[in-house]
Structure formats: structure tokens, C-alpha cells
Design a protein around this ligand. Structure first.
Ligand code: FMN
Ligand code: SF4
Length: 442
């Protein structure tokens, strides 16, 4: 293990980035920013501006900003809004506040501390796509966040910012908070819509996509909390200003990185996309690894994206760089694993999660996640063989790309990425006939 001083210059941590957070401007705060304080800081100026513009001009502004969806796939937000057909009848804006990815806790902080920022973003998005009804679908465990959103919506209604005839414009908007019952699959947008309609959350087959046939089979946009929280800033300050943050054209704006696992200072760190590397985030912001330890690997997007090995730590934290390194930035819920962590056990634990959360609609996912978990458990206990590694890869191949939603694909990455990149650690388990980490992790 090398100390920071012994590393070559390109691996030295740079000074902290000079940036003032806008999505979470009050680090450490526990009380919500309510209407008066929010307005004093410029809140709702974006909405007041948007409502004087043509809806298409609002969509253009968001398109030009380069804002990509922060819920996982990084799909351009403005383009998604632009897919909504110009038809008569109801359209819906749905905010995805299900936040169930392991290691993700950014949306929670936005909603608990900055509920009005989200309400403003929902209002602008709804207006842009022509929706008069919006839902914030929040996981049921987020009781504080849901209560604060309800309070913020009530305040905004009282002030004429949402409700009937918003700001005297003739536009009507109702925003409702819907509390889910808690399942990872409810974050998948079509399962979420099923749940919102009162059914069991099982993903729909696509096409049609929600923009065309979503809630109650009407045109619907589903956007993540953090995506919508960016929107007021874009409208207030303009897309050109927004593009100065991050790495234009495809990685613009701020991103909240949820840092957890084996770091000294876990937490939400908001920084411009691409402004720091994994190493800088872990060392400068996360305070490094406990006991001066070394990183063994990083999961960039909770359990859903392939683990990156320590030699990728100098990768920049933006969508394209992380993809080029062999993984996905996803929701940027980074879980750090250090050398005290058994990779086989970590893979088994992640698979247990997917086994439990599979909705069961597709046979390869329902049966395959259970078998992947069983085989990983056997390997972790030192009862496996090299044939099991082939079995894991073959089973993964029978799930990936053969199922209805991305959960099935996500479920294979803890397996395939660890078998490929940490093969020696798997071999060590069956060479010893036990887990080499048993002594510390009993
Ligand atoms: C299994 C699964 C779970 C998901 N969970 C979430 C979630 O908790 N929050 C979220 O915003 N998106 C989640 N997504 C992604 C959504 O389906 C959808 O792409 C997203 O809400 C779109 O918002 P965005 O374009 O603003 O990123 C999940 C996807 C899958 C397949
Ligand atoms: S892939 Fe899994 S979670 Fe997704 S619909 Fe099929 S069974 Fe359900």
C-alpha cells in the first residue's frame, strides 16, 4: 500500500473544487427551507419566468442546457419532454422519488431540505409538457421528506404558485404526493406508474413508452427528483450559464455524489460533473479510507453498475468517462470497498438484494437471481469449484437482455464484473475451502 505522498503527481489529490452548491446549498442543515427563505434566495424566479414563455420555449431551454436525467440512465431531460405528443386531453408529470438504489440518499436530502426547489421544478416541467396534474411518487419510508413536500405544496398553493390560475396566467396545476409501499422495482418508471394506478408494481413492456402512453395510458413524463431540482436554476439563470458548469456538451451541470461504504466521511457531495475523479472524491471529500487503508473497488451506482477496480480511480466522475472506464455513473451512489472487504461476499449480498427485489414477472430474472445467489453463497463458503464460475457467467448470460426491465440486467453485473475482475479472490475461496476474510468479518 502506498501513502498519498509516495504516489506519482497525476495521482495526487487536487485542491477541493471551487464551487458553490446550488441543489444542496446548506450542507449540514437539518430543517427545511420554507417559502419565505426560498424566495429570498431567488426561489420561484425560474417558474415566474417560465410561465411567461411558450411551453416549447421552456423545453428548448432545458434541451440546450444539456441536462441529463439524474435517475440512472442519463437520458436528456429536454428531449424526453419533447417526445410528449401535442394532443388534447390529460397529460401527467410524475416525479420519481422512490430512491431505493443501495447507497443512494441524494433525493432524500433535496426533498427534506429544499422541498420548494423540487416543487418549482415539477411546476416548470408540468407547464412545459402541458400537464395539469403532477405526482411525486415517494417511497413510504421517506416520511419526513413526504411531510415536508406536503407542507411546501400547501405553502405554494397559498401563494398562488400552484393550484388554480397560477400567478394569474390561467394555467391550473395540482401537485400531489403519493407515498409508495416500499419496493425497489417501484423506482422502475413503468412499475411506478402501475403502482400509482393502484396495481402491483410490475414493469410494462415497451413500446409504448410513457411519453406516449404512461399514467392512465395518457402521455406522461417521469423524471427523477434531482433532474427536476436542476430545472429552476436553468430557467432562472439561462441555459448558457448552466453549460458553464461541468463538461459541455454532454456532461453539464451539478451532480450530487452519494458517497458511502469504507470512507471516513460518507455523505452527499455536490460538484460539477467531471470536476473530480473517484480518487479526489474519496480522498478530498470523503476523508480517505478508514485506518489509512486502500481501495479495492468502487461501485459507481450502488448495486446496479459493474464494480470498477482500484486502477480506475483516476477516472473523472461524469457519464461518459465512467462509461469509458467500463461501468455507469447511474444515480452516482458510490459505494467504496476497501481491502478488508470480501468481494465474493459483497457480490452474494448484492445478489440477495436483487433476488428479493425481482418482481417475478420474467422467468429468467425470477429464477436466475435465486440461482445466482445460491451459487455465490456456496462459493463464498469455500464449497464451490471453478465450474461454478462458468455456471455464474452462463446463468448471467441467460438473464441479461432477455427480460422486461433493467433490474434483470442490473442483477448480473455484481456477478460478471467481480468474476472477471477479481477471479483470483474467487479461486482463493475454493483453494482454502473457506472465506479468507472470515477472521475479521464473522
Ligand atoms: C429497477 C429500477 C429501479 C429504478 N429506481 C429508480 C429510482 O429509485 N429513482 C429514479 O429516479 N429512477 C429509478 N430508475 C430509473 C427510472 O426507470 C427512470 O429511468 C427515471 O426515473 C427517469 O428519470 P430521469 O430521466 O430524470 O433520470 C430505476 C430503474 C430501474 C430499472
Ligand atoms: S426483469 Fe425482473 S424485475 Fe424486471 S420485470 Fe422481469 S422479473 Fe420483474
Amino acid at each position: 500500500m502506498t501513502t498519498i505522498e509516495e504516489r506519482p503527481p497525476e495521482q495526487q489529490p487536487s485542491a477541493a473544487v471551487d464551487y458553490r452548491p446550488m441543489l444542496l446549498p446548506h450542507p449540514g442543515r437539518t430543517t427545511p427551507v420554507m417559502l419565505e427563505e426560498y424566495r429570498q434566495a431567488g426561489g420561484y424566479q425560474g417558474w415566474e419566468k417560465a410561465i411567461t414563455m411558450a411551453p416549447d420555449a421552456v423545453i428548448e431551454e432545458v434541451k440546450s442546457s444539456g441536462l441529463r436525467g439524474r435517475g440512472g440512465a442519463g437520458f436528456p431531460a429536454g428531449a424526453k419532454w419533447g417526445f410528449v405528443p401535442k394532443v388534447d386531453g390529460p397529460k401527467y408529470m410524475v416525479c420519481n422519488a422512490d430512491e431505493s438504489e443501495p447507497g443512494a440518499f441524494k433525493d432524500r436530502e433535496i426533498m427534506e431540505i429544499e422541498p420548494h426547489m423540487l416543487v418549482e421544478g415539477v411546476a416548470i416541467g408540468s407547464y412545459a409538457i402541458g400537464a395539469q396534474d403532477a405526482f411525486i411518487y415517494i417511497r413510504g419510508e421517506y416520511v419526513t421528506a413526504a411531510d415536508r413536500l406536503d407542507a411546501a405544496i400547501a405553502e405554494a398553493e397559498q401563494a398562488g404558485l400552484v393550484g388554480g390560475n397560477v400567478l394569474g396566467s390561467g394555467y391550473n396545476l395540482t401537485i400531489r404526493v403519493f407515498r409508495g409501499a416500499g419496493a425497489y422495482i417501484c423506482g422502475e418508471e413503468t412499475a411506478l406508474l402501475e403502482s400509482l394506478e393502484g396495481r402491483r408494481p410490475m414493469p410494462r413492456s415497451r413500446p409504448p413508452f410513457p411519453a406516449v402512453e404512461g399514467l392512465y395510458r395518457r402521455p406522461t413524463v417521469v423524471n427523477n427528483v434531482e433532474t427536476l431540482a436542476n430545472v429552476p436554476h436553468i430557467l432562472r439563470n439561462g441555459q448558457e450559464w448552466y453549460q458553464t458548469i461541468g463538461v459541455p456538451p454532454k456532461n453539464t451541470g451539478p451532480k450530487i455524489f452519494c458517497l458511502s461504504g469504507r470512507v471516513n466521511r460518507p455523505g452527499n457531495y455536490e460538484l460539477p460533473l467531471g470536476s473530480v475523479t473517484f480518487r479526489e472524491l474519496i480522498e478530498q471529500y470523503g476523508g480517505g479510507i478508514p485506518n489509512g487503508g486502500a481501495v479495492k473497488g468502487v461501485l459507481p451506482a450502488g448495486a446496479s453498475a459493474p464494480i470498477l477496480t482500484a486502477d480506475k480511480l483516476d477516472t473523472r466522475l461524469d457519464y461518459d468517462s465512467v462509461q469509458a472506464a467500463g461501468s455507469m455513473l447511474g444515480s452516482a451512489s458510490l459505494i467504496v470497498l476497501d481491502e478488508t472487504v470480501c468481494i465474493v461476499r459483497a457480490a452474494a449480498r448484492m445478489e440477495e438484494f436483487f433476488r428479493h427485489e425481482s418482481c417475478g414477472k420474467c422467468t429468467p430474472c425470477r429464477e436466475g437471481t435465486a440461482w445466482l445467489h445460491e451459487v455465490l453463497l456456496r462459493l463464498e463458503q469455500g464449497r464451490g469449484s471453478s465450474a461454478d464460475l462458468d455456471l455464474l457467467m452462463s446463468l448471467s448470460g441467460q438473464i441479461s437482455g432477455k427480460v422486461l426491465c433493467a433490474l434483470g440486467d442490473f442483477a448480473t453485473s455484481p456477478v460478471t464484473a467481480t468474476v472477471r475482475q477479481y477471479r483470483d479472490e474467487y479461486l482463493e475461496h475454493f483453494r482454502l475451502g473457506r472465506c479468507p476474510y472470515d477472521s475479521w468479518a464473522a
